[in-house]
Design a protein around this ligand. Structure first.
Ligand SMILES: Cc1cc2nc3c(=O)[nH]c(=O)nc-3n(C[C@H](O)[C@H](O)[C@H](O)COP(=O)(O)OP(=O)(O)OC[C@H]3O[C@@H](n4cnc5c(N)ncnc54)[C@H](O)[C@@H]3O)c2cc1C
Length: 417
């Protein structure tokens, strides 16, 4: 694994995707510079629900999605929200997004998701070996609950996709649920257990540790805002920082939602939008569920972060520069209390993050044909903590021209042309 490719690679973005790219590139012998305008892990990777989901093989956009749009525009409690002023902008993206869930596309999307998420625990084990994050991962299982009075969307297709991917699930009765997570209110009549899924102790600390590890292995970290990309004859010649041009050899754009401006600079039109989400973190919750608990109809996932408890989720489509709507975080808190009536909510903190999401439900990983030395790794949407390690591995294989571990075609940056 240690043959020297000698490539000098500049990675823009130090979220989970950027640091995974950096570490795999280093393992392939590349000399890496990581650039971020903030400290590592302070973007969307900071405040997610910490779920690690090798079994996430179901596209978000299942059939019937568009029928829900009027409800999302009007309902106050809906887990999905479109800000009305943003509807004209987001409409073409939503249309394309809904197509990813059509049966004929869902099987291919699902296969690609499995290739990206399936080996996540094994790949993390390689990346964290010898670091303080070695014991951060736990295959605790996830339970998905169905709230009373709601119906899952496309249950047959969901089951089929899991079956094709070989994802293990167990159906749970009300009694099973109570015995697995006794802290839950008795309002959930059924659910499923996904025993192969798990969690990371603290996603923010994980990213910081991985970034430190990259630096320990020789990477340079530069805190700077990349404002522009200078292209000459199909090559990225330099990037613009603080008004100055800094030459680059190979460039990886892994800047989460910040990738949109950078790819637009390159004249590439990638359908990248934010699926904005929120969290509340409770420092002294008084409970610690043994499993991650998800109520999909409510758009809420709950689980521990170190000694605290976090409820996170929901989706809001809006302009990436618009202000957070903190009422959405407050609703998450109310939902968490409905789920766990004994929850101590004192001292809760709120956060908002932009999930970088591509209209066909798959990340963009690879080299656009029109450039000789530019690579993309972004768009992992709701599952970047889970897809991060394979995204970085695949990217490093493409950069160094090696045989790839998984089929790169579904993730190609040129697929929208
Ligand atoms: C509420 C919520 C819950 C979630 N729960 C889960 C979960 O349980 N499991 C899971 O797998 N995923 C989850 N996710 C998704 C996951 O958090 C994201 O997919 C992942 O963090 C994206 O990582 P990233 O590295 O692409 O982006 P980021 O973490 O946002 O990193 C991008 C970095 O690029 C930097 N940057 C941007 N532009 C520039 C620029 N021009 N110059 C320099 N630096 C720049 C930013 O400062 C940032 O540090 C959740 C997301 C949300 C919002």
């Amino acid at each position: 694994m240690n043959d020297r490719s000698g490539d000098e690679v500049t990675v823009v973005g130090a979220g989970i995707i950027g640091v995974c790219c950096a570490l795999w590139l280093q393992r392939s012998g590349c000399k890496v510079t990581i650039i971020d305008r903030d400290e590592p892990g302070n973007g969307t990777s900071f405040g997610n629900t910490a779920m690690i989901t090798p079994g996430q093989v179901v596209p978000q956009a299942l059939p019937g999605l568009l029928k829900d749009v009027p409800r999302w525009l009007l309902s106050k409690r809906s887990p999905l929200k479109i800000r009305a002023s943003y509807l004209p902008t987001i409409a073409p993206w939503l249309w394309a997004f809904s197509r990813a869930g059509k049966v004929e596309n869902a099987i291919a999307v699902s296969r690609a998701l499995r290739s990206l998420h399936g080996p996540t625990f094994e790949l993390y084990a390689e990346l964290v070996r010898g670091t303080p994050a070695e014991d951060f991962f736990e295959k605790c299982g996830h339970i998905h609950l169905t709230a009373v009075g709601t119906k899952s969307r496309s249950p047959e297709l969901t089951s089929l996709l899991r079956e094709i991917a070989g994802v293990q699930i167990e159906h749970l009765s009300q009694d099973d649920i109570r015995s697995m997570v006794p802290e839950l209110a008795p309002i959930f009549k059924s659910g499923i257990l996904m025993p192969g899924n798990g969690r990371v102790r603290n996603p923010h600390r994980l990213v910081k540790i991985l970034a430190n590890e990259a630096v320990r292995l020789g990477a340079r970290f530069v805190k700077a805002d990349v404002k522009g990309i200078v292209v000459r004859e199909g090559r990225c010649a330099s990037i613009r920082i603080n008004g100055e041009e800094n030459p680059v050899n190979k460039l990886v754009i892994s800047a989460g939602m910040g990738s949109r401006l950078l790819t637009e600079e390159l004249g590439m039109r990638i359908p990248l939008e934010t699926e904005r989400g929120y969290h509340v973190t409770l420092p002294d919750p008084g409970i610690r569920p043994s499993k991650q608990v998800i109520v999909r109809d409510w758009g809420v996932g709950v689980g521990p972060i170190d000694d605290a408890l976090r409820a996170a989720g929901t989706v809001e489509f809006c302009d990436v520069n618009s202000k957070p709507d903190w009422r959405r975080a407050d609703k998450l808190l109310a939902r968490a209390k409905e789920m766990f009536p004994s929850l101590n909510t004192a001292g809760s903190t709120r956060w908002m993050g932009d999930r970088p999401s591509i209209s066909d439900g798959l990340a963009v990983i690879g080299k656009p044909q029109k450039f000789q030395n530019v690579y993309f790794a972004f768009g992992n949407a709701q599952h970047g903590m889970s897809g991060g390690p394979m995204t970085g591995k695949l990217l490093s294989e493409i950069v160094t021209g090696r045989k790839t571990s998984i089929d790169p075609a579904p993730f190609s940056p040129d697929r929208f042309n």
